[in-house]
Design a protein around this ligand. Structure first.
Ligand code: PMP
Length: 306
């Protein structure tokens, strides 16, 4: 990743990709307190747009607030930075990675006065769980690693230090031949995927774990809930057991990287008939139409980069 042409926004300036570096004594590198976002830009007939830019940028600032990290750039500046990165790299569609971290002035747990740095990078990134998975669905396995307990980890924050358990879970199940991991909360209820929120469909109704489980307040999750309501579908947020997923009619993951990815198998049991279900397909289509500017009523979700 480091050896590329292009520009990265680094503390207020666009710098050459290869020069966007940090020191080895960077506080975040040692202690894992940093916050980040995953954002996508899509190509539309009206030019390239960033999906829900304000919501993602606000979540970044909220994550920083949770950790009392003093980001010195305001919402508008950070939104402009993301637009500039897409534009100046001439990207038509891409993934964006804003990140805020604590600098290297002082090492040790207490480093309240260290500078908080911000960078934004962007690069092309296709279907996170594979193009085939988007159509056929993926195979998901419950990980042996439990999801964070919300009073140990700040689960509302999209934080650097929250991710080792996601990596462990993903490594565990992909080594065993599955596509993605599901994590259960400390009480054993389904929480979320390693980097995705999750929904099931039963008798035409959508169900998704409520966020008390510690799952991330996903922006794609919010989007799918909105689209479902607009389509007259009922959505219930509640605690869900893994065996409810086993007997669901359909299931799917949502996330900025994963977008809307159907689940065709969970813990070696086919979900429904083992193919992408009709409600999943419908929501997926509306989602992709919305992010690519084809749905008038959802155009306000899109910010042109030009
Ligand atoms: N949960 C986790 C752990 C994630 O990393 C992500 C991706 N940001 C999500 C859920 C989905 O969130 P969003 O739809 O905002 O990308």
């Amino acid at each position: 990743m480091a050896e590329r042409d292009g520009l990265i926004w680094h503390d207020g300036k666009l710098v050459d990709w290869r020069d966007a570096k940090v020191h080895v004594l960077t506080h975040t590198l040692h202690y894992g307190m940093g916050v980040f976002e995953g954002v996508r830009a899509y190509e539309t007939e009206q030019g390239t747009v960033i999906f829900k830019l304000r919501e993602h940028t606000q979540r970044l600032l909220n994550s920083a607030k949770i950790f009392q990290m003093k980001v010195t750039y305001d919402l508008d500046t950070l939104m402009e930075a993301q637009k500039a990165v897409v534009r100046e790299n001439s990207l038509k569609s891409c993934y964006l990675r804003p990140i805020a971290w604590i600098g290297s002035e002082k090492l040790g747990i207490a480093a309240k006065n260290n500078q908080v740095h911000v960078a934004v990078a962007a690069w092309p990134w296709g279907a996170y769980l594979g193009a085939e998975g988007m159509e056929k669905g993926i195979r998901v396995k419950t990980s042996s690693f439990t999801h964070h307990q919300p009073n140990i980890t700040m689960c509302k924050a999209k934080a650097v230090g929250n991710y080792p358990v996601s990596i462990l879970a993903n490594q565990e199940v992909t080594t065993a031949g599955y596509d993605e991991a599901m994590l259960l909360d400390p009480q054993g209820f389904v929480c979320q995927g390693a980097g995705e929120n999750v929904f099931l469909v039963k008798d035409g109704v959508l169900h998704t774990p409520d966020l008390a489980c510690g799952g991330l307040d996903g922006i794609t999750r919010q989007t799918i809930i909105q689209i479902a309501y607009d389509e007259g579908l009922q959505v219930i947020e509640r605690r869900i057991t893994r065996d409810e997923f086993y007997i669901a009619d359909e299931a799917f993951f949502t996330g900025t990287a994963a977008e809307v990815t159907p689940i065709r198998e969970y813990d070696d049991r086919p979900i429904g008939t083992g193919v992408r279900g009709p409600i999943t397909e419908k929501l997926q289509k509306i989602f992709f139409d919305a992010v690519t500017g084809k749905v008038e009523k959802y155009r306000h979700w899109l910010t042109p980069v030009a």
